[in-house]
Design a protein around this ligand. Structure first.
Ligand code: APR
Length: 229
């Protein structure tokens, strides 16, 4: 059985990182057009760097929860499991998943907008910091913004084609292309399961759904898959 898992902000909610579209989500406090688009970065790079510096610090102070650790156990027992995340935090890695596909990039990586060089981001990124490779003051978080192409799409669609089970965890199913993965799985005759606090915008497309806090329902599901129950 080859499992492909897609995670969203909901899996990190109980680690204190917050989500985007829940009632106290990030997009209720910040205008995503100002902090998560190339146009917003061009208008006010300092505001964008501050936004991601705060999220980086928040993440440093957070710990992986039982859902992250359960996926770490699953991957250890089933190394052919593919974990794709929309999250830019590093809680999957700290929960034991080694090869995470970060389709929206990573908080802890930096990108040079001038020469495409990537490197491990410092704790605090600033607008004036020169790119270590070309020296241009064009550094930005290596995070995929709205209107930009998500990373690793070919690898993701290849995994969805070969999968026997597609599981979405902690995502509202409101942002494409990730929200379309369930449709892609169904077109490939792959069984689909949604694990979420409540049915997502695409919940009706899944063969099955289990609802509740990820820290409770994900470990239960992993134990079932591993035959521990
Ligand atoms: N356990 C499980 N699911 C939860 C929990 C929890 N404790 N708390 C919240 N959720 C669910 C919510 O019900 C919701 O369906 O997690 C989902 C979070 O949805 P969003 O806030 O929209 O986050 P996400 O789906 O990851 O957003 C996708 O949008 O803004 C962009 O790039 C950003 O990657 C993000 C993308």
């Amino acid at each position: 059985m080859s499992i492909v898992i897609l995670t969203g902000a909901g899996i990190s909610a109980e680690s204190g990182l917050g989500t985007f579209r829940d009632e106290d989500g990030l997009w209720t406090k910040y205008d995503l057009n100002e902090v998560a688009t190339p146009e917003g970065f061009a208008r006010n790079p300092a505001l964008v760097q501050d936004f991601y510096n705060a999220r980086r610090a928040n993440c440093r102070g957070a710990s992986p929860n039982a859902a992250h650790h359960a996926l770490g156990r699953l991957v250890a027992a089933r190394p052919d499991t593919v974990v794709v995340t929309q999250n830019v935090d590093d809680l999957h890695e700290r929960g034991g998943v080694t090869d995470v596909i970060h389709m929206h990039g990573e908080l802890f990586r930096a990108l040079c907008a001038a020469c495409d060089h990537r490197w491990d981001a410092p704790e605090e990124m600033s607008v004036s910091a020169p790119c270590p490779a070309c020296g241009a003051p064009a550094t930005r978080p290596d995070v995929v913004w709205f209107g930009e192409m998500p990373y690793h799409m070919e690898r993701i669609f290849d995994a969805l084609e070969r999968a026997t089970l597609f599981v979405a965890i902690g995502t509202s199913g409101s942002v494409y292309p990730a929200a379309g993965f369930v449709g892609e799985a169904r077109a490939n005759r792959v069984e689909t399961l949604e694990l979420n606090l409540e049915p997502s915008d695409v919940g009706g497309q899944f063969d099955a759904g289990r609802y509740g806090p990820a820290s409770e329902i994900v470990p239960l599901w992993v134990d079932e898959v591993l035959g521990a129950r």
